[in-house]
Design a protein around this ligand. Structure first.
Ligand code: NDP
Length: 282
């Protein structure tokens, strides 16, 4: 049988890129499923994003992820958007389809997939900390999954109000914006608290979102998007107060499963990916 030394390429463009463990998770899935594919983690600054996308195109990459700070900026370099990426206005997964680069968004879908192992979000009230690209994706998918109400708590009013407006206009849920200029107390009727700010991400591991930890009550579900380290100070505080928790590794695995389906057409084994992340001992 002839050898084929040309490996299908995928990867990630981000800045910083070094703290993102996705490469370990995806390459473990490729090995497990005997796929000769590779995933290359690249540090790409904003002024090099256009050239990086052109490079991926020129080299025939099958697709790539975009992370901080490229999820919105990458849109103008693509040939089209999938449906949920269009609503969200941000892209984290690019798929080469028939010679075109199409932007998809798996952040919110991955989050909901992971959260559903902890609770059924239908009818719940949500406090969403953050209003960046990941927060928009999570808010839209939670709304489509049937949550009743979302309070968007964010430092920048422009971004916070935009997410609330998006939910009110494009989904069946309702949302309000809450300014975040002092310690925020979680309302007692809240069912799910989600941190989708970048606060707590390595190396900034001692930082934690400015909320009153004593307003976290047993029975609330506290989910953190931060994958590294997965046991954030927020999740530790939530566990200490009897809350159920969902960590950022679950979200990362969830969106990885969906992304790999887009790229390879295969339903990859989520446990293999979670194990690869656990083995890193983050
Ligand atoms: P963005 O840069 O688009 O948004 C960052 C958000 O964090 C904004 O709401 C910003 O507020 C807020 N923020 C940052 N620093 C502070 C601060 N000091 N005080 C208050 N608010 C702050 O990033 P993304 O939305 O793309 O990503 C956010 C996080 O989600 C990242 O840490 C990323 O690791 C994580 N993530 C995890 C995934 C997973 O699979 N586990 C997938 C995707 C993302 P403001 O608007 O006021 O600037």
């Amino acid at each position: 049988m002839p050898h084929d030394f040309l490996q299908p390429l995928t990867g990630c463009f981000a800045c910083p890129a070094g703290e993102n463990p996705t490469v370990a998770m995806i390459e473990a899935a490729y090995r497990h499923h005997d796929l000769p594919w590779r995933y290359i983690n690249c540090e790409v600054t904003p002024d090099n994003l256009a050239a990086a996308v052109a490079g991926a195109r020129a080299m025939g990459w099958r697709g790539f992820n975009c992370s901080i700070p490229h999820k919105v900026a990458v849109v103008e370099h693509l040939d089209g958007l999938g449906e949920s990426a269009q609503i969200i206005g941000a892209v984290n997964t690019i798929v080469a389809r028939d010679g075109k680069l199409i932007g998809e968004n798996t952040d919110g879908k991955g989050f909901v997939r992971a959260l559903s192992r902890t609770c059924d979000p239908k009818g719940m009230k949500v406090v969403l900390l953050g209003a960046g690209g990941a927060a928009r994706a999570v808010a839209v998918e939670l709304a489509l999954a049937g949550v009743a109400q979302i309070t968007v708590v964010n430092r920048s009013a422009t971004r916070g109000e935009a997410v609330a407006q998006l939910i009110n206009e494009k989904t069946p849920a309702t949302a309000t914006y809450q300014p975040w200029d002092s310690t925020y107390s979680i309302p007692p009727e809240t069912g799910i608290v989600v941190n989708v700010t970048s606060i707590g991400l390595y190396p900034d591991v001692d930082s934690t979102p400015d909320i009153d930890h004593d307003s976290l009550r047993p029975g609330m579900v506290v989910a953190d998007g931060i994958p590294n380290p997965p046991r954030t100070k927020l999740l530790q505080a939530a566990e200490a107060r009897g809350c159920k928790t969902a960590d950022g590794l679950g979200m990362l695995v969830g969106q990885g499963v969906i992304g790999l389906k887009y790229w390879t057409g295969i339903d990859v084994d989520a446990e293999v990916m979670r194990q690869a992340l656990n083995d890193l001992g983050l």
